[in-house]
Design a protein around this ligand. Structure first.
Ligand code: PXP
Length: 241
């Protein structure tokens, strides 16, 4: 079976930093650690409200990492300007609502389609790989192809929620399998992301034709438990004498 690439989303390192208005924990340090530990790419979402990653993070991370940076942006004039200036190797276009806690669904490809087309064409001219974050439905996948995207990223939020709540996920799994097949048939590279945990990644990795997973919230959350012992030991050492 082909190895699935792992994109590590480090937005929530910035969420923790911003909660205290400090300059730590550093998203750049997290990006470098992801790289050191075999991540295939680093994903960051520059939101309109800058609730986690900001432009300074984007600049620093883009300049310092050697693996590709995957920048998630909404289809807006501001983001087109920033992306054109920054020129990350990968861009994933995502929907964005100010009031949402996280990206709640896939893109509506018919909303402001002329601008979406312009944005994709402009960025592709700069040799940036373009991915569209969409729901696993055949209409959107065909639309993504028409829009000249290189990749689609399938929103796995729904299936991951079902798996988490121990509910039946057979229908959603079927929908995703069909979507992956359609994407592959059209020559699109297929990625998946949102809500992935150890358990859901185990299930979804069995679908043939997915090349990349982008994982953030669970990965950063789990890292707290993986790293806490070592940090406590360091403090105990400092406080010993
Ligand atoms: N892929 C995309 C396009 C996203 O918008 C997100 C969330 O920012 C992710 C993957 C990662 O989702 P999670 O943080 O739930 O792992």
């Amino acid at each position: 079976m082909k190895r699935i690439r792992l994109g590590v989303n480090i937005d929530h390192v910035a969420t923790v930093r911003n909660a205290r208005g400090e300059n730590y924990p550093s998203p750049l340090r997290a990006a470098l650690l992801a790289q050191k530990n075999g991540a295939d790419s680093v994903t960051i979402h520059l939101r309109e409200d800058r609730r986690h990653i900001n432009e300074n993070d984007l600049k620093k991370i883009k300049n310092k990492i050697k693996i590709p940076l995957n920048l998630e942006i909404a289809a807006t004039k501001e983001m087109l300007r920033i992306a054109t200036k920054s020129r990350p190797p990968f861009i994933c276009i995502v929907p964005e609502k100010r009031k949402e806690i996280t990206t709640e669904g896939g893109l509506n490809l018919n909303h402001n389609r002329p601008f979406l087309k312009k944005l994709i064409n402009n960025l592709k001219k700069r040799k940036i790989r373009i991915s569209l974050f969409i729901e696993p439905n055949l209409k959107d996948i065909n639309e993504a192809k028409n829009l000249n995207a290189d990749c689609i990223e399938i929103h796995t939020g729904k299936i991951c929620n079902l798996i988490n709540m121990n509910k039946s996920f057979t229908n959603e799994l079927k929908r995703i399998k069909k979507a992956v097949k359609e994407g592959n048939k059209l020559g699109l590279e297929v990625h998946a992301g949102h809500g992935l945990t150890f358990k859901s990644a185990q299930i979804l990795k069995r679908i043939k034709g997915i090349e990349e997973f982008n994982i953030g919230h669970f990965l950063i959350g789990e890292s707290i438990f993986e790293g806490m012992s070592s940090v406590i030991k360091t403090f105990k050492k400092i406080l010993k004498s």
